[in-house]
Every structure is written in C-alpha cells, then in structure tokens.
Design a protein around this ligand. Sequence first.
Ligand code: BEZ
Length: 410
Amino acid sequence: MKPENHPTASTTRHLRRVGLAMSAMLVTTGLLLAPLKTAQAQTQTAANTPLKVGLMLPYTGTYASLGNAIENGFKLYVNEQGGKLSGREVEFIKVDDESDPSKATDNVNKLVKRDHVDVLIGSVHSGVAMAMAKVAKETDTLMIVPNAGSDAVTGPMCATNIFRSSFSNWQTGYAMGEVLAKKGIKRVATITWKYAAGDENVRGFKEAFEKGGGTVIKELNLPFPNVEFQALLTDIAAAKPEAVFTFFAGGGAVKFVKDYAAAGLKKTIPLYGAGFLTDGTLDAQGEAAEGLFTTLHYADSLNLPKDKSFRLNYAKTFKLQPDVYAVQGYDAAQILAIGLKAVNGDVSKKAEFAKAVEAAKIDSPRGTFTLSKAHNPVQDMYLRQVVGKENKLVGIASKSLNDPARGCKM
Ligand code: BEZ
C-alpha cells in the first residue's frame, strides 16, 4: 500500500464521524427502528385479531357437567362485555380433557403449539391442571384455572402467568375441619377418591380438625372415578366414627350421597363434605341430600347484588340454575378481562398483566375476593345446608381464608 493511501488519524476520526452519522440516519430513516415498528405492529395486530381462548375442560365423564357450567359462566361474562375483551373478539377452541391426566400433556400441547392460543382456561381435575400448569410455565402461556384445586398449582408450581379463580383443595377441607372441631366432634372417618383433590381436601381437613382437638380415626379411599362404595360404607359402619368427612364431586358425588343414605348411615353417622358434594347435584340427589352440611366459597342464598344479577342472567341465558362451577368460569373471564385491560390486550406483557390482577378486587357472585401473591383466591368460606333444591347459607365458616401456598417462591 502506498503511503498516500494510508488513512491519517484525522481521516480515521472523520470516517468514524461519518459512520456514526450514517447509523443515526439509519435510525431516523427506519432501519434500526425496525424492532420498535415490529412491536407497534404486533400490538396493532393483537388488537385486530381475535383473542384465542383455549378451553381445556371435561365434556364427558363424571365431571362433564362441571366443565359445561364453567364454559357457560365464562361465556356469560364475555357476552356481557359485547363479545369482546379489551377490544378483541373472543375465539374459543375447545378440548375435552376427559378428566384424564394421562392425556393432559398431549391435549394442552395441541392448544399451545398447534392452535397458538393466547390463554388456557382449565381444568376441573387437579391431575389435569398440574400437567397444564407445567406446559404453561415452560411455554410462558397465560393460564387461568377455573376449578381444579391442586395445592401445587399455587404452591411449588406457582408462576407469574398462572392464576386461579376457584379455590385450593386445602381451603375447602380446612374450613370443614374448623367447623367440626368447633362443634366438639372428636372422632371422624374420611372417605374420598385417591388423587390430589381427595388427598389434599382430607389433609386440609385434618390440619384444622386436629388443631381443634379432633382425631381422624380412619382414612378410606378408592380410585378416581370409581363409584363402587359398598365395601367402604361397611368399613365406616364398623369403625363407628362420630361423623364422616368426604370429598366427591359431579356424578360421583350424586352416587355417594344416595348410597350413603340407602345404606342407612345418614341417620346414624352424620355426613359432612367439601361443598362439591352437593353443588350442581341436588336435582339428581333428591331427598338423600336433604339436611347435609358442607363448606364452600359459594352458596345459593348469598343475597348480594352481584350474585342476584349473575343468577338472573345465567338462568335467562342457559335456562339453568348456576352453581359454584359457573361462578368460577365467570370469574376466570373477569380475571382475564382485568389483566387484558392493563396491557391493552397484549398478552405478552405477563408482568404487567399479573400486577393488575394482583391489585384487583374481583366483584364475584360469591362476594368480593382478591388474589394472593401465589394467585389463589383469598375468600370467605361459607357453611351451607341443603334445604330442598338449595345449598342455603348458614354462616361464614372461615373469614378471608388464605391458602398457605407452601412451596411457592413468588
Ligand atoms: C379437583 O380435581 O381439584 C376437583 C374436581 C372437582 C371438584 C373440585 C375439585
């Protein structure tokens, strides 16, 4: 290279200045603005495209009626908003999860990876919900649980993008443990399905009942969704407890309550349960359910303005009376709406979405509730008694009950 071709220090400085000026031009003319424009375009596209809601619920099997009620409740809220949330039309993609945990990972992957849903709503069964939460966490997909009480979902699996509009299994069991201990009952037998919901309801019940001086003398189980109760009812009669605590729901709850009465046990050993035992089931249970006491975060006679309008709209729309599952579906949609409003419909903003929901007071038919740091409802647990076709409010069993969220690191 000839000496005159060597750049001097001043030409180097000049060239550097030109380079900087050129990149400044690129910024103003748009090339380096590209990421910014893409973000704007994404927000605009999000606003113009339907919000894809993946409903992963049981539509067949023992929990089918629960899945339908959740869907109805969710759609009722969306309809009340004119069919849109944060300006976005709502498109539903449905999967029947059959309350089968062994199919849950494939089912949720279809919704997330094939259908690219913006939010997962599901499920009813705790085992299914845990599989969903794992995928939601791994793929950072928004998820709202409209029933399944799995303690793990708002415990060790808790995450910024996962919320629950229902309850934890610990909460529903714990409330009844307090009630029976306060009644002075000392010896109780428990009976339930052997899976997370049954185990955790019994664990919550035991925690409060033993704290209050009671003892669980026998724990009976059968596999989900088995309904062959006879041998276990014989075991209960032989153990002669003062009372029985149980978790069953849906079709299984109908059969259990009828079998318990038919075995003659209802008159001799009072039956108590988490409120799923008699919610959405009373028409089918008839006289066998009359007088039963249960604890739940909803009752049929709350007499709150929000509950009255909800019940009226639900009955008008679906020609059915709502139950706790319909309420949870409705509130899942409310939670989604609150979060979406804060992020202008952009579901990618998970932290802002969560911040808005964490700060919200949710105006539910069950009464106003908030979400805990782990994203589980902090709510009153009611004591109810079956009178005719209603779970009548008796009183508040546990005020503003907060799940301990053991293992949650948020
Ligand atoms: C559960 O699996 O968590 C569940 C199912 C039905 C009613 C309540 C809880």
